[in-house]
Design a protein around this ligand. Structure first.
Ligand code: PLP
Length: 407
């Protein structure tokens, strides 16, 4: 059984007050909170076992190395990868995408090739591809979305030609909450010989993932949105593809032998892990996944689905409410405007009531442009949020509209 009160006890920050009001944390899309188990595991490693990994012969180094490789196996199982060689630790989603844009780009992208992304991508899944296109003389194409937040997949046949080498798509949009039809996109991209990178930054904490079943070529996510630490994330890539890609950064760890005449590279996954990794962060990520697994993503998804619908119903009662993103398949993210109240004003007023939401362009300027707005307010849910908190948001929004005379 999913017991939200029990879960909340694992997150001490949820007992905090701000300005004397109970904290209502609805900015989980930006970063989630970490449970006690994750922080305690990291403390244990800092206090008792801290030593650099993959280098030492001594006890502490071996212990830390083993914990890191166990975490890799935990990630492998969590996303259903075929091999640990396919799980590369990075600093986060952004770094994972940059790694692919550089390395896949070096191996496979030439002048006139095309890369396709969607109009609703986070900047992290736009800018690295623009930089690659500039380097290689390739062309970036865009799959637009409809006003309800669903991708215009009817345009895929036209966009997906043999010139397309890679498609980058968010599994879940960080602004619209849309759960994109990635299986269909992957199948159709593969039919023209293109590879697909799925940005799972807003998906892994809400939906069970099986990269083999999805058949994506790359899958990326960050630890800090998955109840884990900052500074650590994952790049999954199909082994055969990663083998054909050159290293991205050079340094320790990623080499086999170094001579001034010629250097040879380490095997996967280490070929892509230059330098000292955030090895305590990796241990923390493993613990976060264990925590999520102990509750079960199926249970989390069902609970959050119910909460999302409750939230949208309650928010619909607020005068002047305009939702951005009402796709049939939607997850945990509610972006909105209230009449013509500036998004920052709404955010600041809610803050004074102890309610943390995100405001602004949400790292997705093209999505803002789509709707002709300078920014939005975003409430994003986590597994520990409750109906009471949604009621507090509702009451807060009613106060904001009253203050601005919207009825
Ligand atoms: N992609 C999506 C869909 C996101 O929501 C985010 C973060 O908000 C990112 C990429 C970038 O993640 P990070 O800043 O952890 O690298």
């Amino acid at each position: 059984m999913f017991d939200v009160e029990k879960i909340r006890k694992d997150f001490p920050i949820l007992e905090e007050t701000v300005y004397g009001k109970p904290l209502v944390y609805l900015d989980n899309g930006a970063t989630s909170q970490r449970p006690r188990q994750v922080v305690e595991k990291m403390n244990e490693y800092y206090f008792r076992y801290n030593a650099n990994v993959h280098r030492g012969v001594h006890y502490l180094s071996n212990r830390c190395t083993d914990a890191n490789e166990e975490a890799r196996e935990t990630v492998r199982q969590f996303i259903g990868a075929a091999s640990e060689r396919e799980v590369i630790f990075t600093r986060g989603t952004t770094e994972s995408i940059n790694l692919v844009a550089y390395s896949f780009g070096e191996a496979f992208i030439g002048a006139g090739d095309e890369i396709v992304v969607t109009e609703m991508e986070h900047h992290a899944n736009i800018v690295p591809w623009q930089m690659l296109c500039k380097r290689k003389g390739a062309v970036l194409k865009v799959i637009p979305f409809h006003d309800n937040g669903e991708l215009a997949t009817e345009q895929l046949d036209e966009l997906l030609t043999e010139r397309v080498k890679l498609v980058g798509v968010a599994y879940v949009s960080n602004v619209l909450g849309t759960v994109n039809p990635v299986r269909d996109i992957i199948r159709r991209a593969h039919a023209v010989g293109a590879k697909v990178l799925v940005d799972g930054a807003q998906a892994v904490q809400h939906l069970p993932i099986d990269v083999q079943e999805l058949d994506c070529d790359f899958f990326v996510f960050s630890g800090h949105k998955l109840y884990g630490p900052t500074g650590v994330g994952v790049l999954y890539g199909k082994e055969a593809l990663l083998e054909q890609m050159p290293p991205w950064q050079g340094g320790g760890e990623m080499i086999k032998t170094v001579r001034f005449e010629k250097t040879t590279y380490n095997e996967l996954p280490f070929k892509f892990e230059a330098g000292t990794p955030d090895f305590i962060g990796v241990v923390g990520l493993g613990e976060a996944i264990r925590y999520v697994d102990s509750i079960g993503l199926e249970n989390i998804a069902a609970y959050e689905h119910d909460l999302l619908h409750y939230a949208m119903e309650r928010m619909r009662e607020v005068p002047g409410m305009r939702f951005f993103g009402e796709a049939g398949d939607k997850s945990s993210v509610i972006s909105f405007a209230l009449g013509d109240i500036h998004h920052s004003d709404t955010g600041v007023l809610l803050d004074k009531l102890g309610i943390a939401v995100r405001t602004g362009q949400l790292c997705a300027e093209p999505t803002m442009q789509h709707y002709g707005v300078t920014g939005m307010v975003r409430a994003s849910l986590g597994m520990y949020n409750t109906r009471n908190e949604i009621d507090a948001l509702h009451d807060g929004l009613m106060k904001v509209t009253e203050m601005f005379g919207i009825r």
